[in-house]
Design a protein around this ligand. Structure first.
Ligand SMILES: Cc1cc2nc3c(=O)[nH]c(=O)nc-3n(C[C@H](O)[C@H](O)[C@H](O)COP(=O)(O)OP(=O)(O)OC[C@H]3O[C@@H](n4cnc5c(N)ncnc54)[C@H](O)[C@@H]3O)c2cc1C
Length: 348
């Protein structure tokens, strides 16, 4: 065996799993096709539950958001929200996924997890006595268990016992851009509370558009369903004009480098484990179907996967039955809230 657990993907699903496993003296390798620090299309917002379950990430927060305005589709009505205490902000912003993911991967490495960067996993084979991952460069890695933390187009999901397909109705598409404004402008428009602005059903699209203020920049974006997102680019430019018209961004702002990506808005996949295999994060649909929040659920599913691997290695059993411990753990921890959000998404 080259390692006990191989993790494909070093995002917020992969690296926390690597950290927990290495801390428990389990030999672990993360392979990622990218070289870190690498960017990821994401607004980088975190909700409060993330700090409760993973307090160590507080060190990677750029700023907290203590107020929010939620607009009706016509923009005529708005709901003002304020956090009741400085100790409980409504939201927090990472300094961006490039830094955040790099910091998480550094923690995994510090714990003893190996990182093989610029190594794309191309094929996985599961036998009765091992799991083999074939890399693009011709090398292979043999492990007891494989964790697929490789997002919506997961290569791990392609093994014969998994092969989940995403329903088109459950796939989201979101576009985002970070725009530098400087502290003075930020204080003027978004106040020291760094007020978040949310536009429900923007332009009658299911989903929402957002402004998430950071210290000196804003993240602006729109999220909807893939099947309705054919003209996202135009929608985004129109949205910027609406924001300018409402003095929510300065008139002179030009869009420079917006990016779009898929985000699964399903329930977590039922078929998220098999012999020697687990799927976590976006690869298994651990995302809020209403808000598109996926970082917390990636980290939470990663923790459940790591606990399952520890158990399996202790018992030296790697069949689907022992791997089903994973589902029991996440069902207990996050299933209720994800289900509620999935069924409520039709009304939001
Ligand atoms: C526009 C947008 C805005 C968003 N905003 C937020 C937000 O504000 N807050 C929030 O909580 N969530 C947000 N999300 C969702 C969030 O980005 C994801 O849920 C989260 O990144 C999932 O983490 P992950 O580790 O599962 O996947 P990823 O972060 O996508 O990481 C997967 C990793 O796997 C690697 N990989 C993939 N395939 C292979 C392969 N074959 N071999 C080797 N490596 C591979 C990739 O290089 C990558 O590093 C947003 C999503 C979008 C699209």
């Amino acid at each position: 065996m080259d390692c006990q657990v191989l993790i494909v993907g070093g995002g917020p699903a992969g690296s926390p799993a690597g950290k927990v496993l290495a801390e428990n003296d389990i030999s672990t390798i993360i392979v990622d096709k990218a070289k870190f620090p690498r960017d990821k299309v994401c607004a980088g917002g975190l909700m409060f539950h993330t700090f409760i379950d993973f307090p160590y990430i507080k060190q990677f927060i750029e700023n907290y958001n203590f107020a929010a305005k939620i607009y009706s589709p016509s923009l005529k009505f708005k709901l003002n929200l304020f956090s009741e205490s400085k100790k409980e902000p409504l939201m927090a912003m990472t300094s961006g996924r490039k830094d955040f993911d790099y910091n998480l991967i550094k923690l995994a490495k510090k714990a003893g997890c190996e990182l093989w960067e610029e190594n794309k996993a191309e094929k996985i084979e599961i036998d009765t006595n091992k799991a083999t991952t074939y890399l693009q460069n011709g090398e292979k890695i043999v492990s007891q268990i494989i964790i697929g933390a490789d997002s919506v187009h997961s290569i791990v999901n392609k093994i014969p016992n998994l092969q989940n397909k995403w329903a088109r109705d459950d796939m989201g598409l979101a576009i985002e851009e970070n725009i530098q404004l400087g502290k003075k402008t930020m204080d003027n428009i978004y106040t020291k509370e760094r007020c978040v602005h949310l536009f429900l059903h923007y332009n009658d699209l299911p989903g929402y558009a957002w402004i998430f203020p950071r210290k000196e920049s804003v993240n602006i974006g729109i999220g909807t369903l893939v099947k309705l997102g054919s003209r996202m680019r135009e929608q985004y430019f129109k949205f910027l004009n609406v924001l300018k018209g409402n003095n929510l961004i300065p008139e002179e702002i030009q869009s420079k480098k917006f990016k779009a990506a898929l985000v699964p808005l399903s329930l977590p996949l039922n078929n998220c484990y098999s012999d020697r295999t687990l799927l976590v994060g976006d690869a298994a649909g651990f995302v809020s179907a209403i808000t598109g929040e996926g970082i917390y659920y990636a980290m939470s599913s990663a923790k459940a996967a790591a606990e399952t691997c520890i158990q399996a290695l202790k018992e030296y059993k790697f069949n689907a039955k022992i791997m089903s411990t994973f589902k029991k753990i996440w069902k207990k921890n996050i299933s209720k809230e994800l289900k509620l959000q999935y069924f409520a998404k039709n009304w939001v």
